[in-house]
Design a protein around this ligand. Structure first.
Ligand code: FES
Ligand code: FES
Length: 179
């Protein structure tokens, strides 16, 4: 039996201590050890993006990272994007704009969308921190690592635009007006 490595990881705000085989992929650790099956596996070639999660705040394909490489890191999966019982604006966008059909690609699409919106502050207003306003081309570029076999992508673009609009509205809300 292969030697196991001790790892500590904070996933969706909760700390886990585990013993894993050195070859175990992060996506398998999340799904099989932590039972966080919202992160999907759609290929074995690092192409589909269904496994996308946030590692220390930036999106990665969890099938390209070993669990031991994420030792000491903070990971956010689709289950941790919004507090229990609520939806993140990006999730709301996919709901409102019908950004999915079978839904298999959706968790990865949403996590990749998070990254592209995070990297896209509105250049017209530098005072607002969270003020994304991506063009359609920027959205398509930001999601080019994620494959959807159902939607034709148009509604996914609309979903991200809707999310950006919601996030801009939230960002301009007066302090104390809630999330
Ligand atoms: S399962 Fe990771 S990119 Fe397809
Ligand atoms: S909704 Fe089916 S793969 Fe994207």
């Amino acid at each position: 039996m292969a030697n196991k490595c001790a790892i500590t990881m904070t996933v969706n705000g909760k700390q886990y201590h585990s013993e894993v085989e050195p070859r175990m992929l992060l996506v398998h650790y999340l799904r099989d050890a932590l039972d966080l099956t919202g992160t999907h596996i759609g290929c074995d070639t690092s192409q589909c993006g269904a496994c996308t999660v946030l590692l220390n705040g930036d999106s990665v394909k969890a099938c390209t990272v070993l669990a031991v490489q994420a030792d000491g890191s903070e990971v956010t999966t689709i289950e941790g994007l919004a507090p229990e019982g609520s939806l993140h604006p990006i999730q709301e966008g996919f709901w409102e704009k019908h950004g999915l059909q079978c839904g298999f690609c959706t968790p990865g699409m949403i996590m990749a969308s998070y990254q592209l919106l995070k990297n896209n502050p509105n250049p017209t207003d530098q005072l607002l921190k969270n003020n994304p306003n991506p063009t359609e081309a920027e959205i398509r570029k930001g999601l080019e690592g994620n494959i959807c076999r159902c939607t034709g992508y148009q509604n996914i673009v609309r979903a991200v635009q809707h999310a950006a609009e919601q996030m801009r509205t939230a960002a301009t809300a007066p302090v104390g007006a809630g999330e």
